[in-house]
Design a protein around this ligand. Structure first.
Ligand code: URA
Length: 235
């Protein structure tokens, strides 16, 4: 506006274009969220009776993080990476200079994997087996296509194998090495990371993870416009 409060024609056109773009982005985001909801509903029907926790966060983010499966704490709060694993993940993210609100977080398997502890009779978390990873895989791939991230960081072997569809890969061999992967419709940048919990059980991994996270920080530190155009050229 000029000093009399009149808006110039050029400024008005620019403002209208910006608000049109924001409006279009909102509609697009709403439509993606609806499609994600539909995928999650189908998943609930397929694995009826499970204790579910679905992905959450920003759609079309620069980074999608994929963990293994929710545990007891996640089920309680209906949010991936809520308990101790969440605290470890937050440390990863802080080192990477990434805010949780700016990414999408999900799991390869979206229900709690549990077994009865014969000593206490209580439920405890259990690791995923091949059949569980495979039966959830098609839903994960559809979820990835909806979220359409610039980069996918997998946390540990389970999401790495689920995304790659290859059970011979090992996180120990390919952690910290970016790779291109293809789903049916798109191509993505994949960055395999160790699972945050592995650092608790194996202290010697701490420095290795730190170096990997610093690499991830570099990898996603691209201007939004570049990440956006990479996403759209891949579509
Ligand atoms: N919590 C999750 O949501 N995923 C994991 O892989 C571990 C803990």
């Amino acid at each position: 506006m000029n000093c009399r409060g009149d808006e110039t024609q050029a400024r008005r056109e620019e403002r209208m274009t910006n608000s049109d773009n924001i409006f279009e982005q909102d509609i697009q985001e709403h439509s993606i969220r609806k499609k994600l909801e539909a995928i999650y509903k189908e998943y609930e029907t397929r694995f009826a009776g499970g204790e579910f926790v679905f992905g959450c966060g920003l759609v079309k983010p620069k980074l999608l993080l994929i963990g293994e499966a929710p545990g007891r704490e996640e089920v309680k709060l209906s949010r991936p990476f809520s308990g101790t694993a969440g605290k470890n993940l937050d440390e990863f993210l802080e080192l990477a200079g990434i805010n949780r609100d700016d990414i999408y977080i999900t799991n390869a398997i979206k229900y709690r994997l549990s077994k009865v502890n014969p000593k206490t009779g209580k439920l405890s978390n259990k690791p995923a087996v091949r059949e569980e990873i495979l039966s959830s895989r098609s839903y994960l791939l559809r979820e990835i296509e909806m979220i359409c991230p610039y980069c996918i960081a997998t946390l540990g072997n389970v999401p790495l194998r689920a995304v790659m569809g290859d059970f011979s890969v090992n996180i120990g061999d390919i952690h910290g090495k970016p790779a291109k992967i293809k789903t049916e419709k798109q191509e993505y940048l994949l960055f395999p990371l160790y699972h945050p919990a592995s650092v608790i059980y194996n202290r010697s991994l701490r420095e290795i993870c730190r170096q990997d996270i610093l690499k991830l920080r570099e990898l996603v530190n691209v201007p939004d416009s570049l990440a956006d155009s990479a996403q759209s050229t891949l579509l």
